[in-house]
Design a protein around this ligand. Sequence first.
Ligand code: TYD
Ligand code: MG
Length: 454
Amino acid sequence: MAKAKTKFVCQQCGYESPGWLGRCPDCKGWNTLTEEIKIEKRGRLPVEGPLTEPQPISEISAEEAERLPTGLGELDRILGGGIVPGSVILIGGDPGIGKSTLLLQVSYQLSLKEHPVLYVSGEESAGQTRLRARRLGASSSQLFLVCEINLEVIENHISKLSPKVVVVDSIQTVYRSDIPSAPGSISQVRESASSLIHLAKREGISIFLVGHVTKEGAIAGPRVLEHMVDTVLYFEGEVQTNLRILRAVKNRFGSTNEIGIFEMGEEGLKEVANPSELFLAERPLNVSGSMVVPCLEGSRPLLVELQALVSPGSFSMPRRLVSGVDYNRACLLFAILEKRGGLRLQNQDIFVSLAGGLSLREPALDLGMAIAVASSFRDISTPPKMVSIGEVGLAGEVRAVSRPSLRIGEAARLGFTECLIGRSNLRALKQNNNIKCIGVGTVAEALDIALSSP
Ligand code: TYD
Ligand code: MG
């Protein structure tokens, strides 16, 4: 018998090589190449069906199809106002974070509106999913469940049932029998996803795909998977805490800066309607090293607390640990504080964290971080009803940030009475009677105001 021809494929990036390599030359990953059977290239196939005709763009009808609301407001906002028919949405996240729970809840909500929904589970038995559904109170005659991993069978079920929405949990378990490599391998994931995407576009069915993540936190399988689908969402959070954050990293039908915040409870995921209150709930008052910053996540203002702890280091190399904020940005601010604020931080251990397990990249956090660090260093607490907004430049100047009124409005709503803000922002600001805005030009000025103990 002739020996089957094989090739080696990098499971991270899809690079192909005729022989085994210890390190992928493309993505530089170690030990990522595995052997897969080579599929014989067929010649060019004759074109079937009617030929497509190019049309002038002005003549193409562009009525926006009606979006399906999912029944979960947070998810709808991330998607840009509901599910677009025919779109394919990929959801990634750590094991046990709640992907299956979220999608089962969404399926249930959709099925209540008389849309048939098919939930394909490749990881759990029907009994297990039924148990979970009972716990979530998700039982409906329009929600169909099937445990299947063969793609042809799944496609069969879809054409028989003609559901509006299909959930495939997870894409790594699905396999096409005409492809010889194992389920979960890069070729299988790519080809199965591509078949499902074609099906979605052809029939106008929306498909949710669950994707596993690698140790590094990216969706396992080829990067191309993220290029192929319409929307990529990541479900994040610490498995130990109840807080879960859904974040869009790609969205062809909406913005990508939106996040959705959920709480995992006994009866599944609940939306958090008032995240600022949640993040500030455990805030200690009159303790040094804490500052509240009104951030923006997409279109929504969000109040977060920055905490810093500065203590004399016992090693020649002081320690700098940050969580939830950018490490390099934090180090830059320490240097600015040293040079422009006159703080001797070089022999101090510094720890900075964003309370509540959030992770944000926002320039507006700069001023708050600088104040928190200085407050802990001098051991002077900041006024408990003060917030600060501002980006800090290398010369120690406080710069303007986007949409200040929205941020200040949220701070006022939660009972804050003072706000430190860059001077250039202050000029363009609308008057808000509930909160006093204090313009500052430099970090040193801001420190003087925030740390002048009463
Ligand atoms: P799951 O959706 O199975 O995670 P994934 O599909 O991302 O791997 O989530 C399972 C976790 O959620 C598990 O640790 C239990 C917890 N959970 C609750 O706390 N409450 C609930 O109502 C449900 C259904 C799960
Ligand atoms: Mg699961």
